[in-house]
Write a protein that binds this ligand. Structure first.
Ligand code: PMV
Length: 344
């Protein structure tokens, strides 16, 4: 799969309607902070793994004259959405409408198939599925690179979920140059997720990253170290060296959280369970297991390991952290269109 490939086209359905699925991704080298808030141009490039089993499936139907709506309608997991969720979806639909030269509103129905309630990189799968379904429903036939740029405007991390497996989002400097592309990964990696809490966060990643950029004295230093982390991570992947990759991934995430903790006022997503999980990972590591932790804008802990060791790591974490759900995810596919008759 390359960035210039176009997306698979399933059997034709209604021409104004399309369904797509995308999988969530977890960043190994993080994106945290924007150079351009409107276009979502990041201050740094980032690297992620798209995961199997964490999916959003979305149907977008642009209005036909027979049921003309006054606004876009959004349903997520059976519940109609208003407010910020609807505003963000409508903003991306506006971009697509202006690209396609159409004016009709859309009905968007979205379903998340996660093995547990919530709280996991869902904006990456959500906006990748939305960009894919909505652009196709609007009559646009975009390449994966174009879809990545479009998904980015919904949520930065979504630019990477257009691709399966490992994806590198080049920061770029404008709308054209800021896109993700696949990176060959000769290792079979896995992420073991320790679900500390499924509740939605009180401070959005958008607000938290802005606060880190504008008020943390550590932010610029982290951006600088991020460039070296990315270089070292890519090098370790090429050499199939998980023992070199793991520490870079863990330090990169801790550095990002350091910029949050030193923001004014501070952003602390960690819960006591997050600390317990980090210490459990430390313990596995000291017993010679390949296990390194990464955290995002929330309290959940994701443990990088190899697919071969994942079952052992998962069991050890279950034993050490009774009461928390633990699930393993291996690399998953990129965004794809589904046949029109697919039921969601
Ligand atoms: O795409 P957003 O706005 O949900 O931001 C994602 C930020 C992190 O998940 C913390 C890091 C990343 O690169 O995915």
């Amino acid at each position: 799969m390359t960035t210039q490939d176009s997306i698979n086209v399933p059997s034709a359905g209604e021409s104004n309607s399309a369904i797509a699925t995308a999988n969530a991704n977890i960043a190994l080298i993080k994106y945290w902070g924007k150079a351009d808030e409107d276009l979502i141009i990041p201050n740094m490039s980032s690297l992620s793994l798209t995961l199997e089993g964490l999916e959003t499936t979305t149907r977008v139907s642009f209005d036909t004259a027979s049921h003309s709506e006054q606004t876009d309608l959004l349903y997520i997991d059976g519940k109609q959405q208003q407010g910020n969720a609807l505003r963000r979806v409508s903003a991306l639909l506006d971009t697509i409408r202006s690209m396609a030269g159409i004016h009709s509103h859309a009905v968007v129905t979205s379903h998340n198939t996660v093995p547990y309630e919530a709280g996991l990189a869902s904006s990456s799968s959500a906006f990748a599925a939305l960009a894919t379904a909505a652009s196709y429903a609007a009559g646009l036939k975009l390449t994966r690179r174009e879809l990545s740029r479009l998904a980015r405007r919904g949520s930065g991390s979504a630019s990477r979920s257009i691709f399966g497996g490992m994806a590198l989002w080049h920061a770029g400097h404008d709308d054209d140059s800021s896109f993700a592309e696949p990176v060959p990964c000769p290792m079979d990696l896995a992420i073991v997720v320790v679900l500390i809490s499924g509740s939605s966060k009180k401070i959005s990643s958008r607000e938290a990253m802005q606060r880190s950029v504008t008020t943390s004295a550590l932010y610029n230093a982290w951006v600088e170290s991020n460039a070296k982390d990315l270089h070292d991570a890519l090098d370790a992947i090429k050499r199939e060296d998980i023992a070199a990759l793991g520490p870079v991934v863990q330090t990169n995430s801790l550095g990002m959280h350091a910029t949050m903790m030193t923001a004014k006022p501070p952003v602390l997503y960690w819960l006591p369970g997050s600390v317990a999980a980090m210490q459990a990972v430390e313990d596995l590591h000291s017993h010679g297991m390949n296990a390194w932790a990464t955290m995002d804008a929330g309290p959940n802990v994701k443990v990088l390991t190899t697919a071969a060791e994942a079952a052992q790591v998962e069991q050890a974490l279950r034993d050490k952290l009774p009461g928390f759900e633990v699930h393993t995810h291996v690399a998953g596919p990129g965004a794809r269109l589904l046949p029109a008759e697919h039921d969601i």
